[in-house]
Design a protein around this ligand. Structure first.
Ligand SMILES: Nc1ncnc2c1ncn2[C@@H]1O[C@H](COP(=O)(O)OP(=O)(O)O)[C@@H](O)[C@H]1O
Ligand SMILES: [Mg+2]
Length: 346
């Protein structure tokens, strides 16, 4: 549905900024795709390239089978009616009521008053604002304002919805209700959604795929479950760590002296990750039985990513070095993720 191919963006002027570097990504129809990065990473620039609010300096943007980067103004405006957008600060017109804000894009497209009414009343119902039609933005809460933003974006019946930090100005509870609403319209209307955020919780709650952007580059991308269970880059680990405890908590770490090398008197500390139905009992028992070594459980827990559950366990292996080595090889060969995170003197 959305294909970005080798996108580059350089902001000109005296202070030349290379905001995007060789970005390629592909979003399938009906998917919710998250793009996460720190402030200044290039997220807004990237999402604005999808609807050509910002023209990329190089590369191609294809949405719904049409290459937007080669269209002229008029054709481009026509194609971009298929792409709605919502913003962190809502961007509502303060002198217009809820109804008039949502009607605005349709007025611009020349729809009659009757057509507008027929189209937007059901949408205002979906976003639960039917009883607020005559309110002005200043009379609404943040969550309600974003609901107006969503209704306005949906009014033109787009195929794609772009969300630039749409929940970043909202409290956690309101964020949840907006995410539920986005998930709802994604399911009911088959809308493809791209979400830009700096909050991993947003990705964890509703995205199918995620790309991590840093310094204008995508450093990691994949299915949300894969990235969460097996983050490869340090930045990704930090984002994942903000919602899921992948590493040993500092309190546990403080009690051991973690080395990078398997020095004399240290024991390997291994992180195991299990998807879905957990098999950790037989794994641990198997290691003990097969290799005659001791296993100490240091930390563990179960997390949920949308419907999928995954458990993680951090263990230390102790025993004769050769047997411990064999146990590590055995763990590597199993259908679970295992990784030595250091060597501790516990
Ligand atoms: N209109 C602009 N002119 C010049 N530089 C810009 C402009 N917009 C963004 N930038 C720069 O591009 C980089 C990426 O910005 P942005 O896409 O807004 O990041 P994010 O949304 O991830 O915070 C930053 O270094 C920012 O200063
Ligand atoms: Mg931004």
């Amino acid at each position: 549905m959305i294909e970005l191919s080798h996108i580059g963006k350089v902001y000109g002027g005296a202070a030349r900024v290379e905001a995007l570097k060789d970005i390629s990504l592909s979003v399938k129809e009906g998917e919710i795709y998250g793009i996460i990065g720190q402030s200044g990473a290039g997220k807004s620039t990237l999402i604005r390239c999808i609807n050509m609010l910002e023209a990329p300096t190089s590369g191609t943007v294809t949405v719904n089978g049409v290459e937007l980067t080669k269209l002229k103004d008029k054709e481009l405006r026509e194609e971009c009616k298929n792409i709605g957008m919502i913003f962190q600060h809502f961007n509502l017109l303060s002198s217009r009521t809820v109804y008039e804000n949502v009607a605005f894009p349709l007025e611009l497209q020349g729809y009659s008053k009757k057509e507008i009414k027929e189209r937007i009343l059901p949408i205002l119902d979906i976003v639960k604002l039917s009883n607020r039609l005559d309110n002005y933005p200043s009379q609404l809460s943040g969550g309600q304002k974003q609901r107006v933003g969503i209704a306005r974006a949906l009014a033109t019946n787009p195929k794609v919805l772009l969300c630039d930090e749409a929940t970043s100005a909202l409290d956690p509870q309101t964020t949840q209700s907006i995410l539920d609403l986005l998930k709802d319209v994604n399911k009911k209307m088959g809308l493809t959604i791209v979400i830009i955020t700096h909050e991993m919780q947003v990705v964890k709650d509703i995205c199918d795929h995620v790309a991590v952007i840093e310094g204008g580059k995508i450093i990691e991308q994949g299915r949300v479950v894969d990235v969460f269970t097996n983050p490869k880059e340090q930045t990704t680990r930090e984002f994942v760590g903000s919602v899921i405890s992948h590493d040993l908590p500092d309190e546990v770490k403080a009690h051991m002296d973690l080395h990078d090398a398997w020095d004399e008197g240290t024991k390997p500390v291994v992180r195991l990750a299990f998807m879905g139905g957990s098999t950790k009992e037989p794994v641990i028992a198997g290691v003990i039985r097969r290799f005659g070594i001791e296993v100490t459980i240091l930390f563990g827990g179960v997390d949920f990513i949308q419907e999928a559950s995954f458990g993680h366990l951090i263990i230390a292996l102790d025993g004769e070095k050769e047997q411990v080595r064999k146990a590590l090889t055995y763990l590597e060969e199993l259908q679970i993720r295992s990784e030595v995170i250091g060597y501790a003197t516990i």
